[in-house]
Design a protein around this ligand. Structure first.
Ligand code: IMP
Ligand code: MG
Length: 427
């Protein structure tokens, strides 16, 4: 997608996350000079298969497997420092050189162990089905203007004061919630002292780095995590994550202006999955869901939870195209549908006597809609070896055409397997 007219590309999930962004970013990063994560944190699980090796990346951008690509963790991310160090170590052990290739924004906020304790405590009442990675509480502290930023680690006394205040406050909240667990102030202080020297060498003004790269005519990829329907504004609130996953969040979270963005690629699965609670209008009946889950290996990359599975929902993706300003679509995991005789595609929702063709804001309303399905013929042939559109069975092409028409966005990539080479480019 990169070229003379596209220097800055955003890649977003256009469903409920787990669309296969990691693989698409890995493929596109071949031609990117910089890859920037702009929101979320260690709740993400991006699976990238390189040769025989599968890497699950939680915070480090999926561009890291290309030696010439530099990776940035932007200001919009809530950074779990311990997970970051573990992830770095795992990559190093597998021969990936990180020296000079990874930077973290001094404006990014830190996720502390007490955020995870609070996340679990809050879940007892709210039951969002979070990943338990402390994401919500860390963003609460950010917007409550009491967070600890990566740059605070440069001033030990300040960082120690902030983490002490944070842990004490967390303990007051835990008491209020009637939870017995407490955060140890001493352990948090020790943690901050231990982490600072490991993290500080990575710290930079990443927004400036991205801006400089763009001014030099380089290619910058902004890598989203989660998906449009998990966006805190546009998703199925309250069953969402605590950040703006959509492309508007990319400008804010990477620290560049929105006018710098040239294209927005939405990644969608050829069907639908969701992990965590909240409505999923096209959730399939148990046998079909089970079949999709088994064929697609639909288990969370971060928590291992089985994902809920269902049919492609064009209402969802059309909505995601609108709120993200999608210019292109990448359809992933088409090969998972190879064995089905028939495929259902949701074209609209019925609510009592009315027909809805857009996403309602009210989650309870969404929970009551009936999907309107169109049945399409399956292809019953292996697609994982296809490398160009003409290699695909007619029915598979008809399926993709129908998705493209219903969503109103051109399909630019089709992925037919987890390996890097299992991709069809349609530009
Ligand atoms: P949190 O982001 O851990 O607060 O979780 C909020 C909701 O977002 C839950 O439904 C999670 O399952 C979901 N979620 C968070 N991160 C991801 C992801 O990377 N993929 C899919 N779902 C996610
Ligand atoms: Mg994932």
């Amino acid at each position: 997608m990169f070229g003379p007219k596209c220097h800055c590309l955003v890649v977003v999930g256009a469903q409920w996350g787990d669309e296969g962004k990691g693989k698409i970013v890995d493929v596109l990063a071949e031609r990117a000079d910089l890859v920037v994560r702009y929101q979320g944190g260690a709740n993400a699980g991006h699976t990238v298969v390189n040769g025989g090796d599968a890497f699950i990346l939680h915070q480090i951008p999926s561009g890291i497997l290309h030696p010439a690509t530099r990776c940035l963790i932007g200001n919009g991310v809530v950074l779990d420092p311990e997970t970051l160090l573990r992830e770095m170590q795992a990559l190093t052990e597998r021969g990936i050189v990180l020296e000079g290739r990874l930077a973290v924004s001094d404006r990014a906020h830190l996720v502390m162990p007490y955020h995870k304790v609070l996340d679990r405590a809050t879940e007892r009442e709210q039951r969002i089905g979070t990943t338990g990675r402390g994401i919500g509480p860390a963003y609460e502290d950010k917007f409550g203007r009491r967070g600890i930023r990566v740059g605070d680690l440069r001033h030990t006394d300040r960082a120690v004061q902030l983490v002490t205040d944070g842990a004490e406050r967390a303990n007051r909240v835990l008491a209020m919630l009637g939870v017995e667990e407490r955060a140890s102030v001493a352990e948090h202080v020790a943690l901050v002292r231990r982490l600072a020297p490991c993290i500080l060498p990575l710290v930079a003004d990443t927004g400036k780095l991205a801006w400089d790269a763009l001014r030099q005519g380089k290619h910058v990829l902004l890598e989203g995590a989660q998906g449009a329907l998990l966006d805190v504004d546009h998703g199925t609130y309250p069953f969402v994550t605590s950040s703006n996953t959509t492309s508007g969040g990319a400008a804010v979270g990477a620290g560049i202006g929105p006018t710098a963005i040239d294209a927005v690629l939405g990644v969608v699965k050829a069907y639908t999955t969701r992990v965590g609670n909240g409505p999923l209008p096209t959730e399939a009946d148990a046998p079909a869901a089970e079949r999709l889950r088994t064929l697609g290996d639909e288990f969370g990359a971060t928590t291992g939870r089985p994902r809920r599975c269902g049919w492609f929902d064009a209402v969802v993706v059309r909505y995601a195209a609108r709120v993200n300003g999608l210019t292109d679509l990448a359809v992933t995991k088409l090969d998972i549908l190879d064995e089905f005789d028939e495929l259902a595609v949701c074209t609209g929702y019925r609510l009592e006597r009315a027909t809805l063709d857009d996403m309602p804001a009210d989650t309870e309303t969404l929970a009551r809609v009936q999907p309107v399905y169109e049945m399409l013929a399956g292809w019953r042939r292996r697609t994982s070896d296809a490398r160009k559109l003409a290699d695909l069975p007619t029915q598979a092409r008809a399926y993709l055409d129908r998705i493209q028409d219903l969503v109103g966005t051109r399909v630019t990539y089709v992925s037919v397997g987890s390996r890097r080479d299992q991709i069809i480019g349609l530009s």
